[in-house]
Design a protein around this ligand. Sequence first.
Ligand code: SF4
Ligand code: SF4
Length: 399
Amino acid sequence: MDPIDRREFLRIGTAGLLATAAAPAGAAQTPPAIQRRAVLGKTGLRVPDIGFGSSRLDGDEALVQHALARGITYFDTAESYTDGASETTLGRALRGRRDEVIVATKTSCGAATTRQQLMQALEGSLRRLQTDRVEIYFNHAVNDRARLRNDEWSEFAARARKDGKIRFTGMSGHGGRLVECLDHALDDQLVDVVLVAYNFGQDPAFHERFTRSFDFVAMQPDLPRVLRKARAQGVGVVAMKTLRGAKLNDMRPFEAGGATFAQAALRWVLASALADALIVTMSSTDAIDEYLGASGWTRSARADSALLARYESRNGNSQCRYGCSGCAGACPAGAPIADLLRARMYAEDYGDAKLARAALAGAGSRATACLTCSDAQCLNACPHGLPIAELALRAARLA
Ligand code: SF4
Ligand code: SF4
């Protein structure tokens, strides 16, 4: 076997390396591909362990086709992603392949949204996706139980199912009230699938073992409980926000243990056994091939934890914790602090100003409150030591 340089090893991952090692001399390298599929609870939907997150997809049909060629057959989108271009791109790219894939999309059902509005939203998504149905329709970014108490969603969903426009429904969430919203949705049997922010930084055990010195508080210690409850009920669980910020490039110098940071983070989720599958935003063919190095893993490698802990120590002071509401009420002007800090992450870490602006779209003038703030009462409001005023101001400048 010809020597494989480190960069190539990182790109193809261990599974690819094993395939390469087994290949006869001179044979073409096996490209990385999905190694495992899982069934999403009682839905019976069979999905790859790593799915295509398309929050940044905007016209690149070849990227979708690259993912398809690698065995990725689960595509997650939303009406709001890239102002609808994500759905439009998927619709074009999946023409002729629709029956081979599972498509999930989302709309936001508020406490007062009507069934007619929901049906209009679904029909808009179906038009952009060039399809007559989606397999999963999520209530997007649910952060308030009042949104789950709106019976219009159930009425709409029953009608849409009867018409064959959706097969299953669910909720997605990453806000401060994620656990109580999940409990509510599960107790009232409102969901077939949940899409939940879940990554190594939300694992109480990870915090206890590796990050005690700089961040003692584990976020949402109840999250594992509620995910176990979902799985016990046969509700499919898909993890998102799996890279904990996706600030990838500054980890390259430390990736000496056989995996990239991204592969270690994805392996952690897959090894947790709390999610059936995960999605990760895919924005380049190289990134797809790198992520596929984690497919098939059901346990973390020995060196992964050290790499993840290093990421946490380097980025913990700018990374707002998913599912945290520790600073709620700290801003007298009502600035949406967690949304602002998430927008900062999108703009600065993902390099995606458009996504950042979309994250602030619903906040109105509160999104720019920091621009004229004179007393920064949010100072010291974050129990994790995040400099809220400074980070929020950077986001407010984008709004
Ligand atoms: S700024 Fe700190 S307290 Fe506020 S949501 Fe983020 S992590 Fe939690
Ligand atoms: S800087 Fe001022 S406006 Fe911005 S979050 Fe802090 S207190 Fe609110």
